[in-house]
Design a protein around this ligand. Structure first.
Ligand code: ARG
Length: 463
């Protein structure tokens, strides 16, 4: 490791094995954060210009170079060398190599501790909007299936045993409602990360009149997060919250996957998975397997583990920054990107799902009419428990009605006979508006960098 690349290097040699160990996966993981780090650096530099730390030309040079770095990072061309320790170091090295003293001044008033939190929050804000958009696409698919199958009689299950007559539409609507429940949690997580950490520095501020409100505004954050130590204590905690939301959604998808694996079994055959989403066996020529659903389920299990991993890392730490926190980066980056992938993949499965309404109907066991027979007697004035006991003595003998009649008779709020998709559609519409508004807001923030690349050379202008 060369002496000059590490920001804190004072000439004493660092053991190569220790260097590798402490750097860990940072060069690779930080590749995903460079563009966000550049954006945050542009806001920070703009503020430094305002308080007189940078000259006008220094600022325009920095904005131009940061814009170039962000563009390279987006094309996957901004490499972080292992001997640079992390992305923040690579960025500063690059600015210094290109701009000299302007590059040496950019770290004034900040620490890598607030720098990394800023990049992670900017990254997470965009991922949450992307996740919401994809989740709403999936909800829309589930609602279409619910609408199309609202009359498809099938058994409703408890304990994976037939319980009562129901419909396939009711089943799909239940999953749509469950996923919609995640929206307020996503918004809470968004609000949590929508606070600027910059100015926290290492956790105790700096002896400069930093304008933290300006930096927050430039980055489109709702406000700065106030207490500089609270900012540092939030590392790990934010990751835990974001992964809780990711795990909540992934777990719902895992359960939907389990349902669909069962429903598409040879024995039940209520639905069929399209060839395009099933995979074959190397030995049994006839097989088409639901590997995709099994992996959704397993990835959901992993996501729950990712959340636990973060809790274990940050849970016992004293206040302030500790290098332990570096290891919360991998679970966050992989977990939040991972859940977006799960939602998208489940979308592919539902898009091509075929329903066999006849098999759904034919599977319904006559004995599932037993509870309805009890209620017929209750309606005639018999006490429930007596009616229950009489029917229990001969459940098969109670049969008379068709399954469809039975679920249609359950027409109170939320029951299969009163499937009302209207409220879900309203929630969907409202969610789409949130995605559009936030998406525009977050996209506009990048003008801080893109305007520096504009042909008129107006690199950022006056702060
Ligand atoms: N790679 C580090 C992390 O993710 C950046 C912060 C390093 N700060 C420090 N004081 N060593 O936590």
């Amino acid at each position: 490791m060369s002496a000059s690349t590490r920001l804190w290097d004072k000439g004493e040699p660092l053991d190569a094995r220790v260097a590798r160990f402490t750097v860990g996966r940072d060069p690779e993981l930080d590749g995903q954060l460079i563009a966000y780090d550049a954006l945050a650096s542009a806001a920070h530099a703009t503020m430094l210009r305002k308080i007189g730390v940078l000259g006008a030309e220094e600022l325009s040079g920095l904005l131009r170079e940061l814009a170039a770095c962000a563009a390279e990072a987006r094309r996957g061309e901004f490499g972080v060398a292992a001997d640079e320790e992390d992305g923040h170091t690579a960025l500063e090295n690059r600015l210094t190599a290109r701009l000299g003293d302007a590059g040496r001044r950019v770290h004034t008033g900040r620490s890598r501790n607030d720098q990394v939190i800023a990049a992670l929050r900017l990254w997470a804000r965009e991922r949450l909007v992307e996740l919401t958009g994809r989740l709403l696409d999936l909800v829309q698919q589930l609602l279409s299936l619910a609408e199309a199958q609202r009359e498809t009689t099938m058994p409703g299950y408890t304990h994976t045993r037939q319980a009562m007559p129901s419909t396939l539409g009711h089943f799909f609507a239940a999953h749509a409602e469950g996923l919609l429940d995640a929206l307020p949690w996503i918004r809470t997580a968004f609000a949590h990360v929508d606070r600027s950490p910059l100015g926290s520095a290492s956790g105790y501020g700096v002896a400069l009149p930093l304008d933290r409100v300006l930096v927050a505004e430039l980055l489109g954050f709702a406000r700065p997060q106030a207490n500089t130590l609270a900012v540092q204590n939030d590392r790990g905690r934010t990751e835990y919250l974001l992964l809780a939301v990711a795990a909540l959604i992934a777990t719902d998808l895992g359960r939907l996957a389990t349902d669909l694996i069962g429903f598409s079994s040879d024995e039940l055959g209520y639905v069929r998975l399209a060839a395009a989403v099933t995979t074959g066996s190397s030995i049994m020529p006839q097989k088409r397997n639901p590997d995709v659903l099994e992996l959704i389920r397993a990835q959901a299990a992993r996501l729950r583990q990712r959340q636990a991993e973060v809790a274990a890392i940050y849970g016992g730490l004293a206040s302030g920054y500790h290098r332990d926190l570096q290891l919360t980066k991998e679970p966050l980056l992989e977990g939040l990107s991972g859940v977006i992938d799960l939602v998208a993949v489940m979308g592919r499965v539902l898009e091509t799902l075929q329903v066999d309404a006849e098999r759904c109907r034919a599977a319904l066991l006559p004995a599932t009419a037993a509870t309805d027979e009890v209620y017929r007697r209750v309606a005639a004035g018999q006490p429930f428990r007596l009616a229950y006991r009489e029917v229990a003595a001969d459940p098969a003998g109670a049969v008379g009605s068709e399954g469809a009649e039975l679920w249609r008779a359950r027409c109170h709020l939320g029951a299969p006979g009163a499937l009302d998709l209207h409220d879900y559609r309203a929630a969907l519409h409202e969610g789409r508006q949130w995605v559009a508004t936030k998406g525009q807001h977050l996209a506009a923030v990048w003008a801080l960098l893109t305007s520096a690349l504009a042909p008129d050379g107006d690199a950022g202008g006056e702060p």
